[in-house]
Design a protein around this ligand. Structure first.
Ligand code: FOL
Length: 201
């Protein structure tokens, strides 16, 4: 069965595309985490959004925040999973996870590296509708946190000598979000970052 819906990947990455260390995030940025929660929850309580994540990402979420509230949590694992709560489901592949999102308003892929890279690679080689057609990237500008898992450099992907990912303007990001996100470099506890949006052409 062909996949009819695309997802938005949401990720925070350093300038060398590091996204985590020892099974968790390499930083603690409450303001950035609030952005993640607001974006993925959305503003439409009648039709919640879905968040799709890998098993290791699920396990990395503090137990008290899991399942992520007001969102349909779909966890991808080859093994059958026994998940708590009514707002959770398990899926054995990204494609299968997508078929379980039916009523969702927006669908977010929230990691980790294995799923991000699977989805972003597939979307660059397939002529079909891509699994991921938008990336909400929080670029951690400094410091360069040491990482042991990395996002592929999706932004450099070219097809026929042309980049397939284009960075949107801040205005386009806010329009898509439906609210005004902070523009430019944000400083939080000595860490500098920026909210970006990338879309597939
Ligand atoms: N994308 C971005 N931009 N930042 C992230 O930190 C991030 N993290 C993940 C995936 N995409 C991301 C995966 N890791 C929680 C914890 C870890 C996690 C994702 C979410 C979590 O506990 N979220 C709560 C917020 C709790 C709080 O306010 O501190 C939630 O309700 O979303």
């Amino acid at each position: 069965m062909p996949i009819s819906r695309s997802m938005t990947a949401i990720v925070a990455a350093t300038t060398s595309n590091g996204i985590g260390k020892n099974g968790t995030l390499a930083w603690r940025l409450p303001g950035e985490m609030k952005y993640f929660a607001r974006v993925t929850t959305g503003e439409s309580p009648t039709t919640p959004n879905a968040v799709i994540m890998g098993r290791k990402t699920w396990e990395s979420i503090p137990a008290k925040f899991r399942p992520l509230k007001d969102r349909h949590n779909i966890v991808v694992s080859r093994q059958e999973l026994d998940l708590p709560g009514e707002s959770t489901s398990s899926a054995t592949s990204l494609e299968s996870a997508l078929t379980q999102t039916r009523g969702a308003h927006r669908i977010f892929l929230m990691g980790g590296a294995q799923l991000y890279n699977e989805a972003l690679n597939q979307s660059s080689t397939s002529t079909q509708s891509p699994l991921v057609d938008r990336v909400l990237l929080t670029r951690i500008i400094s410091p360069e946190y040491a990482s042991d898992v990395f996002l592929n450099d999706f932004a450099s992907t070219q097809v026929d000598g042309r980049p397939i990912w284009l960075r949107s303007t801040h205005e386009e990001l806010c329009k898509w979000l439906g609210w005004e996100a902070p523009k430019g470099e944000i400083e939080e506890k000595g860490t500098t970052y920026r909210f970006e949006m990338w879309v597939r052409r």
